[in-house]
Design a protein around this ligand. Sequence first.
Ligand code: NAD
Ligand code: ZN
Length: 356
Amino acid sequence: ILTRKPKNIAVETNPSHELNVVDTDVPEPGPDDCLIHVRATGICGSDVHFWKAGNIGDSVIRCNLGLGHESAGIVVKTGSKVSRLKVGDRVALECGIPCSKPTCDACRTGRYNACPEIIFYSSPPVHGTLRRYHVHPEAWLHPLPDNISYEEGALLEPLSVALAGIERSGLRLGNPLVICGAGPIGMVSLLAAHAAGAAPIVITDLDENRLKMAKSLVPRVRTVQIQRGDDAKTSAERIKQALGREAKLVIECTGVESSIHTGIYASQFGGTVFVIGVGKDFQQIPFMHASFREIDIRFLFRYRETYPKAIMLVSEGLINLKPLVTHRFTLEEGRDAFEAASKPAAKAVKVQLLDD
Ligand code: NAD
Ligand code: ZN
């Protein structure tokens, strides 16, 4: 299988904000690893941010960094101790690898996304999975059923974020829900919340096209286009009108301060604003409003134990991820792919790089 495509092409950025399609060595799997031919990888907002800004918080690019962490592929070689997987198996790649030591509280108690020693592919200095061949620990590869494509397999990563959010937010059947932001994370949150029985649902965005796509994914969703100049209270009034009431739960998927304010103002007494979006280091909140109305403001850091659930939901037909991929490129077209993912004029939702 390897001789057909000898080059291990990867998409990398560097401290000078360049984006390069490079030719790297094909790595050897260790005893517990599999060599994966990566067949589909989605571009995440964080990949674009690392390229353009050179950092996300304290995570700073100081040398060449391979991007990408939304991937699915096929096993082409197995390490000597690999027992569960074999060559030819199709898999989704979970890209946060915790230490799994019994002495690690986070790992031992199942909260492995909090492992202080976790390595995350595409977070400096660890290369990402946007490459043809990538070595991955067997334990963090999730077999894909035949009815899940590589493109959908790669989308299990953002879906994992949404499932972790839904789980932590405590969403229940019949909860009136507002989703702020109809980017890929808002869209997968919409699909997951729809499957989980939230009703009614309002989704917001600044961009009309994204709201149109949300509506095509879940026809019963009510959309509110946020106007840039409007203050948060005005936007909240429009949202409450569309919802027909105040929100029990707001799932915030922008990280933008004014949108978080809007979510807080749209919440009912005792409601929850569940913030998936990440943004500025320091943000103000309408403190007294939240205090007088016992509004819970909660956060999410990635996900844990979501892949098996995500695979089941897609395989069983409760969540259809296929329409989210709007742009497809080859690995060689890595630069074009990142242009499409970063330029609003391209109207992309999810851009993927495919290799066969
Ligand atoms: P995205 O930038 O593609 O989407 C954000 C959307 O919000 C855009 O469509 C934008 O038009 C819209 N928006 C901007 N300002 C708005 C406003 N005031 N009101 C309504 N909509 C507004 O990003 P994404 O890939 O969908 O990710 C969403 C957020 O989730 C990002 O902040 C990302 O970093 C974060 N994220 C967090 C985690 C986590 O573990 N907590 C994981 C993945 C992504
Ligand atoms: Zn650990």
